[in-house]
Design a protein around this ligand. Structure first.
Ligand code: ATP
Length: 260
């Protein structure tokens, strides 16, 4: 059976008496790659945190990688989830050390910890995958935002997660930086066919070509969810963002502007 990487049912997150995110039904299958879009405050990060077992909903059922939240030790599930928050700060270590530190999920290199040779080899492989091989000695404090984003993705992949969750990975990147990051995301998905991923983004130009599905959120509710070809429409974008939108495609990617 194709057990979903993530399954949400009647989920509601309530804070201060207000529902800040909800989702009636959602299943993310192995090999599916979802983009999550919606206006500021729509509840995107809140839902991603629920998916990452970092936040428990006030109501509803959450199954992550076949395990029901509330019935299992979340730490065992978390080891199979890669969560990338580009705002995360790491100690001032090298790219190689930062990636390896993902094995122990520590923000710093544990002095007496010795990585296994396979872990070192995987770290090098992932550094290559994210295009940081020539900068594996670069220190965190001197990395550009794009280099940090790529290092954090490699770090999240070092435990070979089955579910990868990225919260606005393109934030603050210039055009070449964004395009490099999207190539990294496409390459990573191609290399790991069983991986499922969810990526929050604010702009359709930041949706990687390998994206299979889209979740649109508005006012803490799901406005539409399904295959990207069906859900990513000018009509849906206009409704979710509250302005008339023209949408076009180019080489398997998308562009959106306000309609004249
Ligand atoms: N702990 C909390 N207590 C009360 N309100 C919260 C809490 N965390 C988030 N919120 C509110 O819930 C709403 C949804 O927040 P969330 O961060 O999920 O939105 P988002 O769609 O990711 O927004 P953005 O695009 O601005 O990052 C926002 O109005 C936010 O202020």
């Amino acid at each position: 059976m194709n057990t979903p990487a993530l399954s949400l049912s009647d989920v509601r997150v309530v804070r201060g008496g207000r529902c800040i995110a909800s989702c009636d039904e959602l299943a993310v299958l192995p090999g599916e790659h979802w983009a999550i879009m919606g206006p500021n405050g729509a509840g995107k990060t809140t839902l991603l945190k629920v998916a990452g077992t970092l936040l428990f909903p006030s109501e509803g059922t959450v199954d992550v990688l076949g395990k029901r939240m509330g019935r299992v030790d979340v730490f065992t599930v978390r080891m199979q989830i890669g969560y990338v928050d580009p705002k995360q700060r790491l100690d001032d270590m090298s790219c190689y050390e930062a990636v390896l530190s993902g094995v122990t999920a520590s923000n710093g290199f544990i002095p007496r910890w010795q990585p296994a040779p396979e872990e070192e080899a995987l770290a090098r492989e992932l550094i290559e995958l994210v295009g940081m091989a020539s900068k594996s000695d670069a220190r965190w404090s001197r990395m550009s935002q794009g280099e940090k984003a790529r290092t954090l993705i490699a770090r999240a992949l070092v435990t070979r997660p089955r579910l990868l969750l990225l919260d606005e990975p393109s934030t603050g990147l210039d055009l070449p930086g964004r395009e490099t990051l999207l190539r990294v995301i496409d390459a990573m998905r191609a290399q790991q066919p069983e991986l499922s991923s969810m990526v929050i983004t604010h702009h359709v130009e930041e949706i990687a070509a390998s994206t299979t599905h889209l979740l649109l959120l508005k006012d803490a509710k799901v406005l539409a969810a399904g295959p990207v070809g069906e859900v990513l429409t000018a009509e849906n974008l206009s409704e979710v963002f509250g302005i008339p939108v023209d949408l076009s495609t180019h080489n398997g990617r998308w562009m959106a502007i306000e309609s004249a």
